[in-house]
Design a protein around this ligand. Structure first.
Ligand code: SAT
Ligand code: MN
Length: 593
């Protein structure tokens, strides 16, 4: 039964649901209330039809394995479109289709696609239910797996519906797994209509429409017109021994360790001294200037959709502790006693069955797909911060950009000012990972880690970022975070990582906070401020000569070539690219000449 009465704020929602039902022709319509009983019934149904496989009830209570279609294991950037009325508004960073053409294509795919299936209507809220920074959406899907995941990843059900009824506005997301045919798969965004349509995939960011589709592509577009930022960033709190907490937002491309950084465990010396790290979010950050001019951030999500391989008691004990119960695993292997297993778990066991459900044979490939995932409520994370539920959000002291760069880029540097920081973000490069289909390990420019997620022209996005550093007497004086760049992935001549990473990354964060407070020293170079020998606490880390030189050095000739390439990259955006950013690039290129 559809809630709400005629004439209420829900009339628009009811009308849309009726319209979708007329097109897709489901056998039944189920409005999700988010209750435990509803979830239990869906899980039982998915166990019965094989969508979910119960894992070892002793070791992993209430946890399930889902095996996706083997052709449906990652986001599909080449099939993802931003459909704005004008092509230039989507920009060279997006695939574009005219809205009318895209609607015609999608209507044909959705026509009758839910026959024999149940249509689920999922009202959800991105962000704490009572936060002014939060935004609501409704996803219609024919996948109960999507319902179960959305229940973990968002504030889903009755409270979200009540907020939609109050506000009357919501993002419309329509999803069908179709036939899971890669030839009939499209992820379409209509930012001007606050609408998402996704067909033919049941996986992650293609199907859980609250995540990348809403919270990044649609929200970035909304944020631009409303004066805030929707970013592909984790948020963490760093509490020093004096009990003072600084919040940091950090952008890394998918599968570059955002979850690990967000759940960092301080090295022993730091722990003993009283340092603590708090997790706010691991993937998405919405930020808005507060009345004091600082940026306040919320995590719009309520759970983690983390990469399983490499997660271990050593690399991320908080994540491992989080996923011991009430977790959905997708595309991992299983052990002889039916526990979830993946490469790098390092628990002395091994899989007997691989992610496809075949007997595991290491010679034929990994047990877990490299983009296999766990879905778990953030509340299960031991380091989850109470502040993550705060309606006001947390004030951000530093913004960090980082990618996977085997060469050139040092461990850390600080941007001179906001404009330079925006250029540092815009020039970000990273080697591709398994989170998207396509070649892995190819260096590409991934500005602010938003290449696959910015819902509008990057040139306009950079202008929007620059606009936060205003000189407008009518607005509160901006007290903006400092901007840094990090590279945990620098390699030596032997191809091995030079920096230990994980918990030791706190050493770098400590230096950043020292810089924010005006206490830590740095040396100036054309690319920004670098810590000099002795500025970073390296007690307990062994670095050889090569490590010190490459992690803290500045390769003049290499950066000259890099800045030439950055200039070419900015030019690809044509006349919409803000002059201030080009000037900044030219200023640095000149100082390198
Ligand atoms: O598939 S998702 O987009 O949800 C995960 C990721 O790529 O970060
Ligand atoms: Mn991500």
């Amino acid at each position: 039964m559809a809630p709400g009465s005629q004439g209420s704020q829900l009339a628009a929602l009811n009308a849309w649901v009726a319209e979708v039902a007329a097109l897709t022709r489901p056998d039944a319509i189920h409005w999700c209330d988010g209750s435990d009983a509803e979830n239990a019934a869906l899980i039982a149904q998915m166990q019965a039809d094989g969508t979910l496989i119960q894992l070892n009830e002793q070791s992993h209570p209430n946890s399930y394995l889902h095996r996706s279609h083997p052709d449906d294991v990652a986001r599909v950037e080449h099939l993802t479109f931003v459909c704005t009325a004008h092509k230039d508004d989507a920009g060279p960073n997006n695939h574009w289709m005219a809205p009318l053409d895209a609607h015609a294509k999608m209507d044909a795919l959705f026509d009758g696609c839910m026959q024999g299936r149940t249509m689920y209507v999922i009202p959800y809220c991105m962000g704490p239910i009572d936060s002014p920074l939060s935004r609501c959406g409704v996803e219609i899907t024919d996948s109960p797996y999507v319902v179960a995941n959305m229940r973990i990843m968002t504030r889903m059900g009755a409270p979200a519906l009540a907020r939609i009824e109050r506000e009357g506005s919501f993002v419309k997301g329509l999803h069908s797994i179709g036939e899971l045919d890669p030839e009939r798969r499209f992820i379409m965004h209509f930012p001007e209509e606050l609408t998402i349509q996704s067909f033919g995939s049941g996986y992650g960011g293609n199907a859980l429409l609250g995540k990348k589709c809403h919270a990044l592509r649609i929200a970035s577009h909304q944020a631009r017109s409303e004066g805030w930022l929707a970013e592909h960033m984790l948020i963490l709190g760093i509490e020093n021994p004096q009990g003072e907490t600084h919040y940091v937002a950090a952008a890394f491309p998918s599968a570059c360790g955002k979850t690990n950084l967000a759940m960092l465990i301080p090295p022993e010396g730091y722990r003993n001294a009283g340092w603590k790290v708090w997790t706010i979010g691991d993937d998405i950050c919405w930020m808005r200037p507060g009345s004091d001019g600082r940026l306040y951030a919320i995590n719009p999500e309520a759970g983690f959709f983390g990469v399983a391989p490499g997660t271990s008691a050593k690399s991320n004990p908080n994540a491992l502790a989080s996923i011991q119960h009430d977790t959905i695993f997708t595309n991992v292997g299983v052990t002889a006693d039916n526990q979830p297993w993946w490469e790098g778990l390092d628990d002395g066991q091994t899989a007997v069955t691989d992610w496809r459900g075949n007997p595991f044979d290491a010679a034929k490939g990994p047990a877990a797909h490299p983009n296999s995932r766990f879905t778990v409520s953030a509340k299960q994370c031991p380091s989850y911060s109470a502040k993550a539920e705060d309606a006001q959000g947390v004030p951000i002291s530093a913004i960090v950009f980082g990618g996977r760069r085997a060469s050139l880029v040092p461990l850390v540097f600080e941007a001179r000012d906001w404009t330079h920081g925006v250029l540092v973000g815009a020039a970000m490069g990273s080697e591709t990972t398994a989170a998207a289909t396509g070649a892995v390990g190819v260096m590409r420019r991934d500005p602010m880690a938003m290449k696959p997620f910015c819902g509008y022209n990057f040139a306009d996005y950079f202008s929007h970022w620059l606009s936060f550093d205003h000189d407008d007497a009518k607005l509160p004086k901006a007290d903006l975070p400092k901007i840094f760049h990090v590279n945990w992935f620098r390699k030596g001549d032997d191809g091995k990582f030079l920096w230990p990473g994980f918990g030791d990354n706190l050493r770098v964060l400590e230096w950043m906070i020292g810089r924010v407070k005006g206490e830590a020293a740095a040396v100036e170079t054309p690319i920004g401020h670098l810590p000099a020998e002795g500025d970073l606490n390296l007690d307990g880390v062994t670095l050889n000569e090569e490590g010190r030189a490459k992690l803290f050095g500045f390769d003049h000739a290499g950066w000259q070539a890099e800045f030439a390439s950055i200039g070419d990259y900015l030019d690809e955006y044509g006349p919409r690219m803000p002059q201030a950013l080009k000037d900044e690039q030219q200023r640095i290129a000149a100082s390198l000449a």
